[in-house]
Design a protein around this ligand. Structure first.
Ligand SMILES: [Fe+2]
Length: 241
């Protein structure tokens, strides 16, 4: 991640509305959705579903991008969000366990990248699919637990102690340092129809066009990776046409 200056703390004012945590919740939703369906996809290949070399390459690339996105998410939390929580809610919450989770997840993400590369080189054979499927299943378990704890323990603290101005700075930092071509379409795809309609109304026409283009491209990528299971993205792609 590009280096980011520390956030200047803006104190929360009495009567100020709570920060809107939908963006963070959607990032979590996208991660869990993708880890789950990738684990299922590779398990199906392990169990005999056909995987031509082109699909193996696409799965390896998708896995690599997903690991990069998860690592980026945790880096923003460690380097940007946690310091703001420490400054605004000192003594209210202990971030040690969540920070240790991030440190423990990094070597797992590296192992998955190595397994995905071996899967690509072996043209998606059963042996490398077995190893990759096992790693992805472990990641699904760890991430589900970690995100559950984070939303239970941290979301109420952010709502109560962090100003809207600081929250917007944190969100902008996450967006600026992330990969829009991958994260944008995935975020749109996990929104409910109502959430998507609101989000699209807030985009400028040029940005709406860019997101539409990226979503159509991402959907073609997904069709190769997930074979028959890319239909969930159809409505999100249509919404930004
Ligand atoms: Fe998170």
């Amino acid at each position: 991640m590009k280096t980011t200056p520390p956030v200047t703390i803006v104190a929360r004012q009495p009567g100020e509305p709570d920060p809107d945590l939908l963006g963070l919740a959607l990032a979590h939703r996208a991660m869990l959705t993708d880890v789950g369906r990738l684990a299922d996809t590779v398990a199906a290949i392990r169990d005999g579903q056909p995987c031509p070399p082109r699909r193996a390459r696409a799965i390896a690339r998708y896995t690599e991008l997903m690991c990069e996105s998860i690592h980026h998410h945790h880096t923003v939390e460690d380097k940007v969000l946690w310091p703001v929580i420490d400054a605004c809610a000192a003594g209210i919450v202990d971030l040690t366990e969540l920070t240790e989770d991030h440190a423990a997840l990094d070597p797992r993400l590296d192992a998955i990248r190595r397994r995905a590369n071996a899967f690509r080189i072996a043209d998606g054979d059963g042996r490398t699919a077995t190893l990759l499927a096992a790693e992805l299943a472990d990641l699904r378990t760890l991430l589900t637990e970690h995100i559950g704890e984070e939303e239970r323990d941290i979301f109420p603290v952010i709502r109560k102690y962090i100003s809207v101005a600081n929250w917007q700075t944190i969100e902008k930092t996450a967006q600026r340092t992330g990969r829009l071509a991958f994260d944008g379409p995935r975020t749109l795809a996990v929104m409910s129809d109502e959430e998507r309609a609101v989000a699209i109304r807030q985009l400028s026409p040029p940005l709406r066009a860019v997101i539409g283009l990226l979503s159509r491209r991402h959907r073609r990528f997904e069709r190769v990776v997930f074979a028959s299971s890319a239909s969930r993205d159809r409505s999100s792609t249509a919404a930004v046409r």
